[in-house]
Design a protein around this ligand. Structure first.
Ligand code: MGD
Ligand code: MGD
Ligand code: SF4
Ligand code: MO
Length: 765
């Protein structure tokens, strides 16, 4: 396939009927309930919708396939323990429409690739394995047996195992993920890029180095008990809606909330809990005490400004630092302080774009509160200096002793429902040696110690023809990754691209010479195997492992579970040379968990403890002030100010999610909280920036990014004037991924810098 279908999708012929209203100031409420019900009734069978609403996130039910926000340990609401977007996720996954070989016979790959992501997603659930032969225009059905053989033959024909890339998205359960990485390592490579590389990788890097664990340290209970919660670079009203319930509890207990975000996101400002009939009547809770409209990527500068003033207070006898904690538990304080003294407060504040009065309000809270939690997501991790963003926040927490005690700590809010668990059980291109040693002693083969490809490396390797087979366990690689056209070129170079998926997506349409679509069960579907319906497990954003078991009949008899797909492919590829009896695992997932408990720390008595109604917590050193870093202490770090500068005509652009999407899955065309309806090809701009450029509301513009001399273009977007800081603008992901340069990524972590793309905007004439 050539990359041309991508260009076609990038430049639509016509616009929908864009409608813009005032952004909402309140999130949740009746409208959220209504939207959930609308989606459920439009896309799901009625009986399924009812079953789902009673079992989702309930103890003994199945885990919401939406985000990774945890369920409360204790009480679960009888009104339904889910949010609007959880219900949308379910409605999308359990669509009543299915697609089979007739659908593919009627629509060529080129025709499907010309559709928008929204239209592609609404085609329906995949219901049988499909194969695209070299040079063919249409997919045709293929038996599972033949599909497994094809994958095995391609993998075995490679010159070396490093010519294959094995991607994972974060919905995959612990059981499937563990087996998958085990297969990949026995096959002989560590090329395990995953969606985490594009997501919280920077958090993992920064937290491992400073606190000795790549995950957050807090529990839900800590959030309830915090004196101050800072929500930075995150839009929970849309992306983690039930986090607002936790923030509301914190407020009710007297906690304060600071939101740092270029946009006044509705969910951060006010929230009406749809599960509370009283709140529905009385109009909700004001959540944010101080809103900080920061310039995109102004965070290091802003936090530094706070640190500078804290140090001034401390040095003039203010006793604002937790000296006991610093002396006993940290390393690098003196170097940190002497570096901080080189920075000027006014310069930092100016760089952050925040006014002195707002700074003062934030400073007052930080100064006076002792139990502080920092929550963050993609607004901090998708910058070149992402790791610095997070390290600087850790510096703040360390000074205040706000780590490893009740009501205090780090809270990187994870995206996909099991992205954290996947990493825990070994989906990692740079897995620690101790983990590899455990694999070796348990299975008797030596996994490669060479680090594999991350997402960025994988794309480059495909372009350089060093990688020839692409295998994706879930996800939508081509739409999620940066630099869409370049990445599509890489995919086209492959001999074979394979996707294990629930629904049709663009990655099935931008293919290698041959391609396979392997349809699998979704979270809510019963997983029938020889020993009965199987239970699986996931780890949420706070390190709690819990069970998930499907409750609906599969939408097609031809679906396999991810576990079964992995076992069969491992068997078909490794054959007699394997040291592992691959097919046993698919009959009984207890066996997989017995293996996991031997290889991965913290999973002892896995099968037994999984039966506990709320699951179990994994060990977390930072939570108990046991910092497993190189120094054995929590490390202060020294961070530079970011060095980017805009030329006169340039803007800094962040690519964000609308309220109607889950990553590349587009539920609908509205962004209700931001007051945008029926169109996704829009650019939010500051009204003064529009004036300078003589741009009118809804005028059609073209966007250009120039990076290291290379020009990238995305044409035809409508301008929407918005309350966003000057020189900043926002567009939706994935429409503008064409503009994200492949070489612009976070240092150390390689997270694509998709929140700080420098662009120019020109009228489309
Ligand atoms: N409904 C729904 N839920 C989801 C997802 C979804 O697509 N839909 N995706 C899931 C996944 S995988 C993830 S990773 C999470 C993502 O959750 P979020 O990180 O909340 O998602 P984004 O839309 O990328 O939002 C980033 C937020 O950061 C702000 N921001 C951007 N740049 C900066 C900056 O430089 N500084 C600061 N301070 N703020 C900035 C933006 O204004 C925006 O509010 O959500 C998960 N949950
Ligand atoms: N510009 C820009 N780019 C970004 C981001 C951004 O903010 N801006 N965010 C990044 C982030 S945070 C992330 S996490 C990535 C997301 O990257 P991915 O995880 O690759 O993308 P998704 O859109 O979540 O994948 C959706 C597809 O997964 C498949 N699927 C759904 N459920 C299942 C299941 O249970 N099993 C299997 N096998 N398949 C399933 C469906 O076929 C669906 O089409 O995108 C990244 N890309
Ligand atoms: S907050 Fe996240 S996990 Fe919870 S119901 Fe909503 S989408 Fe699902
Ligand atoms: Mo993510």
């Amino acid at each position: 396939m050539s990359a041309s279908p991508i260009d076609k999708a990038n430049t639509p012929e016509e616009f929908k009927n864009l409608k813009v209203t005032k952004p909402a100031k309140n999130s949740g409420g009746i409208k959220a309930l209504k939207s959930a019900v609308n989606h459920a009734s439009k896309y799901m069978k009625p009986a399924n919708a009812i079953k789902i609403s009673t079992k989702i996130n309930q103890k003994g039910g199945f885990d919401c396939p939406g985000c990774a926000w945890p369920d409360p340990d204790d009480e679960r609401s009888s009104l339904g323990e889910y949010c609007e977007n959880g219900m949308k996720a379910m409605s999308e996954e359990m669509q009543k429409k299915t697609i089979d070989d007739t659908f593919f016979a009627n629509h060529s790959v080129e025709e499907l690739a010309g559709l928008s992501d929204y239209e592609i997603g609404k085609s329906g659930r995949l219901s049988e394995p499909m194969f695209l032969a070299e040079g063919a225009s249409h997919y045709q059905s293929i038996s599972w047996e033949a599909a497994f053989k094809k994958v095995g033959d391609h993998l075995n024909a490679l010159n070396n195992p490093d010519e294959a890339v094995f991607y994972t998205s974060g919905r995959t359960t612990n059981e499937a993920a563990f087996l998958y990485q085990l297969f990949v390592r026995e096959f002989g490579t560590a090329n395990l890029p995953d969606c985490s590389n594009m997501c919280h990788e920077a958090s993992g890097s920064a937290l491992s180095e400073t606190l000795g664990i790549g995950k957050g340290s807090v529990t839900l209970d800590d959030l309830y008990k915090a004196e101050l919660v800072m929500v930075i670079g995150q839009n929970p009203g849309t992306n983690h809606p039930r986090m607002l319930t936790a923030l509301e509890k914190c407020k009710n207990n007297g906690g304060k909330i600071i939101a740092i975000n270029p946009l006044p996101e509705a969910g951060l400002i006010k929230f009406t809990n749809p599960q509370s009939p009283i709140k529905l009547l009385t109009g909700g809770t004001k959540l944010t005490d101080v809103f900080v409209p920061i310039t995109i990527n102004g965070d290091v500068a802003f936090i530094k400004a706070i640190l500078i003033k804290l140090l001034e207070k401390e040095e003039t006898g203010g006793h604002v630092f937790d000296r006991e904690f610093i002396d006993e538990h940290t390393h690098g304080y003196d170097a940190f302080v002497s570096d901080l003294k080189q920075f000027n407060f006014d310069d930092c504040l100016a760089l952050s774009g925040v006014s002195k009065s707002i700074f003062d309000a934030v400073f007052d809270l930080v100064l006076n509160k002792k139990k502080i939690i920092v929550c963050w997501a993609m607004g901090l991790t998708q910058h070149e200096n992402a790791v610095d963003n997070i390290r600087e926040l850790v510096n703040l927490l360390l000074l205040k002793g706000s780590i490893g005690k009740e009501g205090a700590g780090t809270c990187p809010v994870r995206g996909h429902s099991n992205v954290q668990g996947d990493r825990t059980v070994g989906i990692w291109e740079a897995a620690p040696q101790a983990f590899l040693d455990k694999i070796e002693s348990k299975y008797g083969f030596k996994p490669t110690t060479k680090h594999g490809y991350s997402v960025i490396d994988a794309i480059k390797a495909m372009n350089e023809k060093k990688a020839k087979v692409f295998f994706g366990l879930g996800g939508n690689f081509i739409s999620a990754v940066p630099d869409t056209n370049y990445s599509a070129q890489g995919m086209a170079h492959c001999n074979l691209t394979v996707h294990v998926s629930t629904k049709l997506n663009r990655s099935h349409l931008v293919t290698g010479k041959e391609a396979l679509i392997l349809p699998c069960l979704g979270r809510a579907e019963k997983d029938y195997q020889k020993t009965g319906i199987q239970t699986q497990s996931v780890e949420n954003s706070m390190g709690i492992v819990s069970s998930t078991k499907g409750i609906l009949e599969p939408c097609s008899e031809k679906l396999l579970s991810e576990v079964a797909v992995v076992c069969n492919i491992a068997h078909a590829t490794l054959k007699e040379r394997s040291k592992i009896d691959w097919l046993q695992y698919k009959d009984d997932y207890n066996l997989v968990r017995e293996d996991i408990q031997e290889v991965v720390e913290g999973f002892q008595d896995y099968n037994k403890r999984l039966k506990q109604p709320s699951g179990f917590y994994l060990p977390n050193g930072a939570r108990v002030r046991k910092f497993k870093t190189k120094t054995g202490k929590a490390n202060f770090s020294v961070n530079k100010l970011p060095e980017w500068k805009l030329k006169d005509s340039e803007l800094i652009m962040m690519t964000i999610r609308s309220h109607d999407q889950f990553n590349t899955t587009i539920y609908g065309l509205d962004d209700r909280y931001r007051g945008v309806f029926n169109e996704r090809r829009i650019i939010f701009m500051n009204r003064e920036d529009m004036k300078i450029r003589n741009l009118e509301e809804h005028q059609v513009v073209n966007l250009t990014s120039e990076f290291n001399g290379k020009i990238r273009k995305a044409n035809k977007f409508k301008v929407v004037g918005y309350d966003i800081p000057k020189n900043c603008c926002a567009t939706y992901f994935p429409e503008t991924n064409v503009l994200v340069p492949i070489d612009s990524y976070a240092h150390t972590a390689k997270t694509p810098a998709s929140k700080s793309i420098i662009i120019t905007v020109d009228a489309n004439t």
